[in-house]
Design a binder for this molecule. Sequence first.
Ligand code: APR
Length: 247
Amino acid sequence: MNEEQLKAAARVLKKAQHAVALTGAGISVDSGIPAFRGAQGLWDRFDPQEYAHISSFLTNPGKVWGMLKELYQIMERAQPSPAHYALARLEELGILKALVTQNVDGLHQRAGSKRVIEFHGNGETLTCLSCGEQRIIQETSLDQLPPTCPRCGGVLKPDVVFFGEPIPPQALEEAFQEADECDVMLVVGTSAQVYPAADLPRRVAWKGGSIIEVNLDETHLTQDMTHLFLQGPASKILPKLAELVEE
Ligand code: APR
């Protein structure tokens, strides 16, 4: 990790009027939840077209629930990482005004972040495709797949955004409002390959805002628009960054 880059990033964040974080699966890797792309990515084992598209879910919910069950078992054991806590600290310090996450694991809230915009929904709740009844995962048995609605027997679907589904309208509106006000975006652990989430840093850069990127590897943002690239694991970089901001 490059100390100079870290110090520069801390200075930029300290001076920010409206810093916003955008996070992806990479921030939860150190919590034990696999990312989708890159080393040991989930999509290496499960073809997203077959398992993460809404049409696949509707055609064969039992098959897709086979993958979902594995993910839920991992999420159930996951704890917030030092990276999640560092972002909550930056909000507490009044530096971070909002956090847009593509993750559905709820770890930002568990780490204490308050202003969290869940761009791809949240895995905590499920909705019956037939009667609309909402259930929480803790009260849903996954012994039989797909899990069905206790009220009408319909198939239960996690309240997460599958490919081919719209972003929840309120999350979409709030995230782009935040991006429009944002002068510094801290982009953490995302390959920035999925839209419209990947439009958010573009929106900030296009308005002349600064992009600070935390990632193990370069992404296509890095060359195009990242001003400060902090290379390494988020759970090492973000706590140091929060410390320098707090100094
Ligand atoms: N620290 C920082 N970055 C990391 C770490 C880590 N410990 N581990 C992995 N990364 C980086 C990877 O280099 C990669 O750039 O995190 C990124 C993860 O990218 P993806 O797996 O594509 O996850 P994400 O960008 O969140 O995917 C967006 O795609 O599959 C859909 O809906 C799903 O929300 C997801 C969306």
